[in-house]
Design a protein around this ligand. Structure first.
Ligand code: HEM
Ligand code: HEM
Length: 202
């Protein structure tokens, strides 16, 4: 499976590039990748806290409202990063496949990357549509109340809420599959695949 983008930008071997090239992922891809990993981890942890405690309860000294505000706010930050990440992916060209990946793994990685990119947009957009159509709104970082361009719309609220929740758990399976490939290469194949996504020239 050829990974070259039509508008390929190349750099010499051994150099660290801001964008992807034939030899490896660029610094921006790595930065966006790990920022999204951190934000998604916070989203899953925070969501499970906020949906399990009562309105008047606290967890680790923080109120349910705090968790909701930060879940919504960090989700929108993740959406912003996803926009830059997607644009960055279309610059340069994807690196060649790691030589240790089987054909089956290449196909799996290709499809799972599409699912992960889709989810990076679908999760925040459904979350946003849900809270706006439900009339709950977004208090960005507990400070700024965002305008609600939708207003109360119960059908939309119902559909987007369940899309958000179902996609969250389907996505988790995708992330675990993605992680599974990396862990298999780390501990069984022992080819250090993860270095391709770490700072420096992996
Ligand atoms: C990176 C993006 C996001 C991820 C990964 C994410 C993930 C999750 C997860 C795992 C849940 C718990 C699902 C369950 O109940 O089992 C959840 C719930 C929720 N999310 Fe998000 N979310 C994201 C973005 C957003 C955004 C941007 C908003 C709103 C602006 C939002 C609003 C909500 C709300 C209100 C709930 C509670 C749903 C309920 O009533 O049970 N989320 N989210
Ligand atoms: C601890 C969790 C994770 C680890 C250890 C990890 C590791 C990696 C590694 C090593 C690669 C490079 C694979 C290659 O050789 O081509 C990669 C690529 C990728 N990962 Fe992850 N990943 C994790 C979580 C995530 C999450 C949560 C997402 C998105 C929601 C994600 C999205 C992607 C995408 C889209 C690529 C392809 C490169 C790109 O275009 O950005 N990863 N990951």
């Amino acid at each position: 499976m050829d990974r070259a983008a039509p508008h390929a930008l190349r750099k010499g071997p051994g150099t660290v590039s801001m964008i992807n090239n034939k030899e490896g992922y660029g610094a921006l891809t790595k930065l966006f990748h790990w920022l999204i990993v951190i934000l998604f981890a916070l989203q899953y942890i925070g969501a499970n806290i906020m949906t399990r405690i009562e309105w008047e309860d606290t967890f680790a000294g923080l109120s349910q409202a705090f968790y909701y505000n930060w879940h919504k706010s960090l989700g929108l930050v993740a959406l912003g990063i996803a926009v830059f990440r997607l644009a960055n992916r279309y610059m340069g060209r994807l690196p060649d496949w790691a030589p240790t990946l089987t054909n089956g793994e290449q196909r799996f990685i290709h499809r799972s990357e599409q699912v992960l990119y889709f989810a990076m947009f679908f999760m925040p957009i459904t979350g946003y549509l849900y809270v706006m159509s439900g009339g709950y709104g977004v208090m960005l970082f507990g400070i700024w109340q965002l305008d609600n361009p939708i207003g109360k719309w119960p059908e939309m609220e119902f559909v987007t809420k369940w899309m958000h929740i179902v996609c969250a758990w389907v996505l988790l399976a995708g992330i675990l599959g993605h992680l599974g490939v990396v862990l298999r290469h780390q501990f069984i194949v022992k080819d250090g695949l993860i270095k391709r996504m770490l700072p420096g020239r992996g």
